[in-house]
Design a protein around this ligand. Sequence first.
Ligand code: UT7
Length: 335
Amino acid sequence: MYSSKITGLGYYVPENVVTNNDLTQWMETSDEWIQERTGIKERRWIDPKTEDTTAVMGAKAARIAIERAGLTKDDIDFIVFATLSPDMYFPGGGVQIQDMLDMPTIGALDVRNQCSGFIYSLSVADQFIKTGMYKNILVIGSENHSGGLERSTRGRGVTVIFGDGAGAAVLSRCEEEGKGILSSHLHSEGKHAEELALMGPSTNRWVPEIIEANDPDDTSYFPHMNGQFVFKHAVVRFSEAIIEGLQANGLQKDDIDMLIPHQANLRIAQFIQKKFELANDKVYNNIMRYGNTTAASIIIALTEAWEEGKIKDNDLVVLAAFGSGFTWGSVVIRW
Ligand code: UT7
């Protein structure tokens, strides 16, 4: 059995910075409220005048990751692409990225696990490498939230939180014993699916039905989040996923060199940091600058932490996520 390790990392965020104060042109909110409740100062939102889309951003991040892995597009055997905001209802965005990168006709798998999308994707890619089926897999998370958010006071509980961006990792066969991905754990609890969801358009609620109803009070085509309910579950599940990952490898919380939590809310990350008694330099957060970029958040944060020299050879890196589904999980890596 082989193991897998991350050999290349990259991210791309749109140039357009939207500060908390910028949001007040559309809704009743304040920099103070947003920073106090979430830690977010600004986020990137695609400028519709640019070429950026979910797939385009994913391809941009992927090019960087492939180059940093010392590979070319022709060395990639498979694509795993996570998003909740694809350019098209179908097909999924993985095939768009295969085309944009002018890759051979390799397989492209789309993962629909929202905030846990990167954790799920990494785990799937790890299994393919472990069995020896593939050698180099491109794992991408990308989101274009801004186009679908409700820019009004009615939508402010959700809209102020989300940002656009993409991240990518190349996962490669690892020959060194004890290095690379040590474990991944994945969970779901579908009874809470509607607590953080976008209900329509869908096959339950096709577009003609929505148009015909023409109901100004219909918010089903905007994301809905029961914020406090999600928050309460998040802090519990994040902790469980981290503990599960550590225990599976016979490790303790003191062994963690870097924890990269999904960037859902700085208060959640701070709660986890306190619970696991981790020093400030052992938890990486960038939600202040990008908001919640869902499937892209962990990979953007991981890339930045690595670029800043905060992840070194042999470090124990723990990735953990929780989000819509509910889905949650962790990946433990010996770098
Ligand atoms: O990534 C996926 C997982 N997601 C999460 O983990 C998110 C978890 N939830 C949260 O992070 C928090 O629940 C939020 C940041 C979304 C909201 O914070 P909260 O402290 O739970 O606020 P709330 O929704 O209970 O709203 C409190 C008040 C309400 O006003 P009233 O009813 O007390 O008068 C809201 O209308 O704050 C109001 N409010 C706002 N005010 C200013 C809600 N959004 C805003 C806003 N600006 N943007």
